[in-house]
Design a binder for this molecule. Structure first.
Ligand code: URA
Length: 216
């Protein structure tokens, strides 16, 4: 495990046999893109379920075929899902399968050729983004560079409640996000050992975007 420190409370690693099972198939280099995509959807849905436990609700009356009773509905316009292009798009359908009413804000990130820092080359956010909980989705939290650039963009747009959902986290990425943005909670399906010299997560699953889109 990489020699980094961070507040352990900033990270939730999903601890469930289903997650372990699906993650193992996801990691397997012989898993074909169609199956890989399906697993990413399923894992993203499980993460979104965990990460939205405190979504605001309102009391409503509902009439069953038998009688009237009390229920709850989600408050409107409280959630935005923000995939980071390109790999984040692979998690979108899974997240929307559990919160179909969420709005989607898309962020394209690329490295500046001079500074080598990631910056946003494309952004389209929903109305009222500043008042929504934002779920930033990106399968791999490696160095944390793209995640932090996305969080910075959202902070500048006035978003207060930002959460980060990834499939695999490297301790280095968790530490980088936690040092710069201690209020951002991270959900991961696995916390791996660290990064190799090419900044790939070890053991990881390779290039998530390539495996999702079949561009290996
Ligand atoms: N991005 C990936 O797709 N995989 C890694 O291991 C690191 C970053």
């Amino acid at each position: 495990m990489a020699n980094v420190t961070y507040d352990k409370n900033c990270l939730t690693v999903l601890d469930h046999p289903l997650v372990g099972h699906k993650m193992t198939i996801l990691r397997d280099e012989s898993t074909a893109p169609a199956h890989f995509r399906k697993l990413v959807h399923e894992l993203a849905a499980l993460e979104a379920y965990e990460a939205t436990r405190d979504l605001p609700t309102m009391q409503v009356q509902v009439k069953t075929p038998i009688c009237e009773t009390e229920g709850v509905r989600l408050k409107e316009d409280t959630l935005a899902v923000v995939p980071i292009l390109r790999a984040g798009m692979g998690m979108l359908e899974g997240v929307l399968s559990v919160v179909p009413s969420a709005a989607v804000g898309v962020l394209g990130m690329e490295r500046d050729e001079e500074t080598h820092e990631p910056h946003s080359y494309y952004a389209k956010m929903p109305q009222g983004i500043e008042n929504r909980m934002a779920l930033v989705i990106d399968p791999m939290l490696a160095t944390g560079g793209s995640a932090l650039a996305a969080i910075k963009y959202l902070r500048e747009a006035g978003v207060k409640d930002i959460r980060l959902l990834v499939m695999v986290a490297a301790p280095e990425g968790v530490a980088a996000v936690n040092a710069a943005e201690p209020d951002v909670h991270i959900w991961a399906c696995a916390l791996d050992e660290g990064l190799n010299d090419a900044a790939y997560i070890v053991p990881g699953l390779g290039d998530a975007g390539d495996r999702i889109f079949g561009t290996v």
